[in-house]
Design a protein around this ligand. Structure first.
Ligand SMILES: [Zn+2]
Length: 88
């Protein structure tokens, strides 16, 4: 993550522990993505034994999704807490 925004020179180094709260931004996003997949897994599992691989695929998908989701959550947190509309 860059120290400053290359466009507006906004300092991205906030106080210590600032990005810990990005967890609370990513948490509902994870719920929105994975609760339907888990429910779908329950449904498919009763249909055919082929879908026994559905949950391992979801777990691998969760690990792959972690890095982009972390970055998206940081960007959302910055946009929620920093006022970009003020004219300097
Ligand atoms: Zn900027």
């Amino acid at each position: 993550m860059p120290d400053k925004c290359p466009n507006c020179k906004q300092d991205f180094k906030q106080e210590p522990g600032y990005y810990t709260s990005a967890l609370w931004v990513s948490y509902p996003i994870v719920l929105i993505i994975f609760i339907p997949l888990i429910v779908l897994g329950f449904t498919l599992d009763s249909l055919h034994s082929f879908f026994k691989y559905f949950y391992p695929i979801i777990i691998i998908f969760a690990f792959i999704l972690q890095i982009p989701l972390m970055r998206i959550a940081r960007a959302i947190l910055l946009n929620m807490t920093i006022d970009y509309t003020t004219k300097w």
